[in-house]
Design a binder for this molecule. Structure first.
Ligand SMILES: Nc1ncnc2c1ncn2[C@@H]1O[C@H](COP(=O)(O)OP(=O)(O)O)[C@@H](O)[C@H]1O
Ligand SMILES: [Mg+2]
Length: 375
């Protein structure tokens, strides 16, 4: 069993970015007992999560080590520290300053505060494969951007409503959803908008009603740009709008791509990850040519990465070989904390603020912001 604060690889699991040691602050905020879980993982029953709230968490080994707290104002720690938590060969990576993708890690600064907001950059989270981490990435990238003071709107564009559920909304109980905004002329966005528990982050929810839109839109004039028109009045109020696409390349996804400036493609680090990606990039190119010349692939996001398996490392290497600089330096590790957050109905940045998963999405937010500012 790995000791408290160590990953099973024996590496010290120091999270990504601004993590520093606060031995003095530890005791009143956290009381911990450790015991062995059924599957042999190290489990911490933890009262209090560093955000001051009292609740019980069952963490696995991916908690930050004792005494380490995420601190957004802390001095920036070099990214190789973060890489070391994800990659098997920590010493070599530190020495060569390469990240889990095998490339040198650039510096992603902590974003400064904004004095005014908008116009929004629209990001479509897109992959026609299900279960690759689109919804998880939408929620947690959104929450991390919001933590950095960006105004964020999340758009649930999947009739399954998983994004809404993940933010604690029951889709079955909704009278108005993004469907009404799309299909009813004169429907005001703020009638549909919901505030989330995360400051600076709002939600356009959806439910099964949206599946009707796919059929009804077919006979509409300019059917591919319906979402773009619906989002237009909201652009000035937000810095980022992130659209969680459904797992298909149908008309709803084409609407998301037509509305978007950027696409993020999450890829699960498993054998068939690259299958279907050619079709996806072809669709993106078609939308670029015919409907939205502004559209760009911002990046490929490797998710559910497990540095302990050769398989995961090989898949990641293949993805980097295929997409090169399009692959984000930030890689999201596999951890049971993500499924837990869905049950809790909140982002990992609030549910397990000090976890490596939360740190990874903060790092992703910084990388996305750095790419946007580089333009
Ligand atoms: N990094 C991760 N590690 C472990 N489980 C994850 C991770 N990201 C997502 N999951 C889980 O995998 C499942 C599918 O993720 P989801 O974000 O819903 O994918 P998609 O929206 O592409 O279908 C969910 O149960 C989610 O909690
Ligand atoms: Mg989803």
């Amino acid at each position: 069993m790995p000791a408290r604060g160590q990953s099973p690889t024996g590496l010290e699991a120091v999270g990504s970015v601004a993590v520093r040691t606060f031995a003095a602050q530890k005791s009143p905020r956290m009381t911990q007992t450790a015991h062995q879980s059924m599957d042999g993982h190290h489990v911490n029953a933890m009262a209090g999560n560093g955000s001051g709230e009292n609740r019980t968490h069952f963490a696995d080994y991916d908690e930050l080590p004792e005494g380490h707290f995420y601190d957004p104002d802390a001095e920036y720690e070099p990214d190789p520290e973060y890489a070391a938590t994800l990659a098997p060969d920590a010493a070599r990576q530190r020495r060569e300053r390469v990240g889990p993708t095998g490339r040198p890690l650039p510096y992603f600064p902590i974003p400064g505060p904004l004095t005014d907001h908008g116009p929004a950059k629209i990001i479509a989270m897109c992959n026609q494969k299900g279960g690759v981490g689109k919804t998880t990435s939408t929620i947690n990238l959104g929450a991390a951007l919001a933590e950095y003071g960006r105004r964020v709107l999340l758009v649930d564009f999947d009739p399954q409503g998983a994004l809404s559920v993940g933010l604690g909304v029951n889709p079955m109980e909704l009278d108005l959803t993004v469907y009404n905004l799309l299909m009813e002329r004169g429907m005001a966005a703020d009638e549909v908008l919901l505030k989330t528990a995360v400051p600076n982050m709002d939600l356009l929810p959806s439910n099964i009603d949206l599946s009707a839109a796919e059929v009804q839109l077919v006979s509409e004039v300019a059917r591919e740009s319906t979402l773009q028109r619906a989002l237009k009045p909201l652009m000035a109020d937000y810095d980022y709008i992130v659209i969680d696409c459904q797992p298909s390349l149908g008309l709803l996804t084409v609407n998301a791509l037509t509305a978007a400036h950027k696409v993020i493609v999450p890829l699960e680090c498993e054998f068939f990850a690259l299958r279907g990606v050619a079709l996806l990039t072809e669709t993106i190119e078609k939308v670029q040519e015919r409907l939205n010349p502004e559209l760009e692939l911002d990046g490929i996001l490797a998710t559910m990465y497990d540095s302990r398996t050769v398989h995961s490392r090989e898949v990641l290497a293949r993805v980097v070989e295929a997409f090169d600089d399009h692959v984000y330096h930030t890689v999201i590790g596999r951890t049971v904390r993500f499924p837990e957050t869905t049950v809790a109905g909140e982002p990992i940045t609030t549910y397990a603020s000090n976890s490596v998963g939360a740190a990874a999405y903060r790092q992703l937010a910084r990388e996305v912001l750095a790419r946007c500012h580089a333009e």
